[in-house]
Design a binder for this molecule. Structure first.
Ligand SMILES: Cc1cc2nc3c(=O)[nH]c(=O)nc-3n(C[C@H](O)[C@H](O)[C@H](O)COP(=O)(O)O)c2cc1C
Length: 321
């Protein structure tokens, strides 16, 4: 989540024991390097970096890959030459996918992990399926760890995805509302006020990145469409000031000024679980400890009443597609 994933957020999540990702998006090398320096000073734990394919600079990828445990790509056809760069640097390669075909392609290209993203997700959305049907298909199709993403904001949702066979879960929107996040306070306040029903999958914010649907708060689409100006505001990145055109992709950060409520306020259906600003570590604990309790409880209920899974006569899963 470029701009949101400050070095402080990445290291807080990593120190809490989760796999933190630095959103590098299309950030220039100097900024990514500076962020990595800061993260590496504040955590000995593994973390990753995420690149958006439409904005990818191969030189940045080459130089960054040796410094992280995992490199992830999103929003482009899986590409074996990119995976090769990551592997040569000694890192794991991951691809966030929106369909089973894309998951197969990613694994064929050598990816070690895939993230299956359902349409419930906040930010840019790659596919057209809800998370559970997508996850079920992807788990049948590939033999690498699959991480579930999209709408996961509670321990209950995390437990459900793990019970369904995911090797892990990704949460995005929850971490926007953290003490360490770089998100603008008005964006965070809007998330706290919102429920899943207040989000919409749209292509409204397509200036700078067309043909890429995204889930945002419905209110920001309405505000942006009725804004009587070419620019919604401006933001400072690495000491330089950039204007933010109306209906363009940048997320408002602490360094953004202008009509924040008319900018892209990315939010997943998980936004219902965003109730307050808290530390990133407390979210990791809430999700992981809560999911563990729920899974233990479910397992205890099953063993009390049911034969072990190995004795169950489960029908073969569909292999259609
Ligand atoms: C503000 C925001 C920015 C995001 N930026 C990226 C990104 O740069 N790269 C990426 O792979 N995914 C990005 N995502 C999507 C996440 O990887 C993930 O699919 C999503 O957050 C999961 O849904 P959730 O928000 O309901 O947890 C972003 C999500 C949000 C909310």
């Amino acid at each position: 989540m470029p701009g949101v994933t400050t070095p402080a957020l990445v290291s807080a999540v990593a120190n809490a024991g989760a796999l933190a990702m630095l959103g590098a998006g299309g950030m220039p090398l100097a900024l990514v390097e500076a962020a990595l320096d800061e993260i590496l000073r504040s955590t000995p734990q593994p973390f990753g970096v995420n690149f958006l394919i439409p904005f990818l600079d191969r030189e940045v990828l080459e130089l960054v890959s040796p410094r992280v445990r995992m490199v992830e790509f999103f929003y482009g056809k899986p590409d074996a030459s990119l995976v090769e760069i990551v592997h040569r640097a000694g890192a794991l390669a991951c691809w966030q996918v929106g369909s089973t075909n894309e998951a197969r392609l990613a694994v064929d290209c050598g990816c070690d992990v895939v993230v299956a993203q359902g349409v419930e997700a906040g930010g840019h959305v790659r596919g057209s399926l809800s998370l559970l049907p997508l996850l079920a298909e992807v788990l049948e199709a590939v033999r690498v760890p699959v991480i579930a993403a999209g709408g996961i904001g509670t321990a209950r949702a995390m437990a459900a995805m793990l019970a369904a066979g995911a090797s892990g879960v990704r949460a995005g929107t929850r971490f926007v509302a953290t003490e360490e996040s770089g998100a603008h306070p008005s964006y965070v306040a809007a998330l706290i006020r919102s429920q899943a029903e207040d989000t919409v999958l749209t292509d409204a914010f397509s200036v700078m990145w067309p043909d890429a649907p995204h889930r945002v708060l419905r209110s920001c689409v309405e505000r942006a469409q009725s804004l009587d100006a070419d620019f919604a505001g401006e933001t400072t990145i690495g000491g330089a000031i950039f204007p933010i055109p109306r209906l363009s992709v940048p997320v408002p950060t602490r360094a953004t000024t202008g009509h924040i409520d008319a900018m892209a306020l990315y939010a997943g259906e998980s936004v219902s679980a965003v109730e307050r600003v808290t530390s990133a570590a407390s979210i990791v604990r809430e999700l992981c400890d809560g999911a563990a309790v729920l899974l233990e409880h479910a397992a205890a209920e099953v063993t009390a009443q049911q034969p072990p899974e190995s004795e169950l006569d489960l029908p073969p899963a569909s292999t259609k597609g």
